[in-house]
Design a protein around this ligand. Structure first.
Ligand code: ZN
Length: 319
């Protein structure tokens, strides 16, 4: 009788190779929480990156349970994966932060494959630049409404900017946007399959788009675009200076304050709650400020960048 797992039987000699692969999953929301869990079950070594906490509203579409509410997504997912009984227990590490041009190199570190499950084009283009520069394969995944998209950016193949154009229109999938049940599962499964194909040295570099609304699956043959800045080694996103911006969510603004050490922030305003040495949170009259030791702050409950700066200065004494 065959005692092997069915996945092992299918993959044969590539099974061990897959388990020895270190994948960095960026984004642990609707899509990334599923992909991370599947990879954890297979026993792939993982590094998980996400800045958010589990919220009540995440439970029906993400791989978290009621008990995880209030916990960092990185920590909740790390615990789940460690508790799964795969034959080879994988090594899992995590960083609770947002990837940006300043920290990407340190945070991604040594990795064999990058897996994009982020919810914004800016970070996706940054990952595309980084992947090309460092010659690391990148498996892109994007979902919104009933639509999804996925593609592997291989060191030798076309990149995302080759495919979407030099300055692609933002297709941000705000987490306020509805999501069709099932689309994340489909794209997540395709991302895992692309990883298997990478291990087998048969990368799938076509762009696959899916619309569950009318069950249309489209495969677009990708090719290198002449004058693509990324492929010509001009890494615009990696070189971009960090700037304050209004976030996807209508009422939140991202800032880059000078002081981001939770302990110091607690001294500035004793109402600050700290979560380890990574995050400080301050709630005051409908305003919520989360400061990440990685260098960023999110101000919720404001409508403009100016308003966010004023509130920040008032509550946390200057940036
Ligand atoms: Zn390119």
């Amino acid at each position: 009788m065959n005692e092997e797992s069915r996945i092992k039987t299918y993959l044969g000699s590539n099974h061990e190779k897959l388990q020895d692969t270190r994948c960095t999953v960026i984004g642990l929301g609707t899509l990334g929480s599923k992909t991370a869990k599947t990879l954890g079950k297979i026993g792939t070594d993982l590094h998980l990156i996400d800045r958010d906490f589990v919220e009540e509203r995440n439970i029906d579409n993400q791989e978290y349970t009621k008990e995880d509410v209030g916990e960092l997504k990185t920590e909740a997912m790390q615990r789940k994966i460690k508790g799964m009984d795969s034959e080879k227990s994988c090594s899992v590490s995590s960083s609770a932060l947002d990837i940006n041009p300043n920290n990407i190199e340190n945070q991604v570190g040594e990795t064999d494959v990058l897996i994009d499950s982020t919810d914004n084009l800016k970070t996706r283009l940054l990952l595309n630049d980084y992947a090309k520069k460092e010659e690391i394969p990148l498996i892109i995944g994007m979902i919104g409404g009933a639509r999804g998209m996925t593609m592997t950016v291989h060191p030798e193949g076309p990149c995302l900017r080759c495919t979407l154009g030099e300055e692609p229109a933002s297709q941000e999938t705000c987490d306020q946007e509805g999501i069709s049940p099932g689309i994340a599962e489909v794209i997540s499964a395709l991302q895992v399959n692309q990883l298997v194909k990478l291990i087998e040295e048969k990368p799938l570099t076509d762009l696959l788009t899916i619309n569950l609304e009318n069950m249309v699956f489209d495969k677009l043959k990708t090719k290198k675009r002449k004058n693509c800045s990324t492929c010509e080694e001009e890494y615009k996103e990696l070189d971009r200076v960090r700037e304050a911006r209004k976030r996807c969510s209508e009422e939140s603004v991202q800032l880059y304050p000078r002081i981001t050490d939770p302990e110091k922030l607690e001294k500035i305003n004793p109402e600050v709650d700290t979560y380890g040495d990574k995050i400080a949170i301050l709630e005051n009259k409908g305003i919520k400020i989360s400061v990440y030791s990685s260098g960023k702050a999110i101000v919720k409950g404001v409508e403009t960048v100016k308003g966010a700066r004023e509130k920040y200065d008032e509550l946390l004494g200057g940036r």
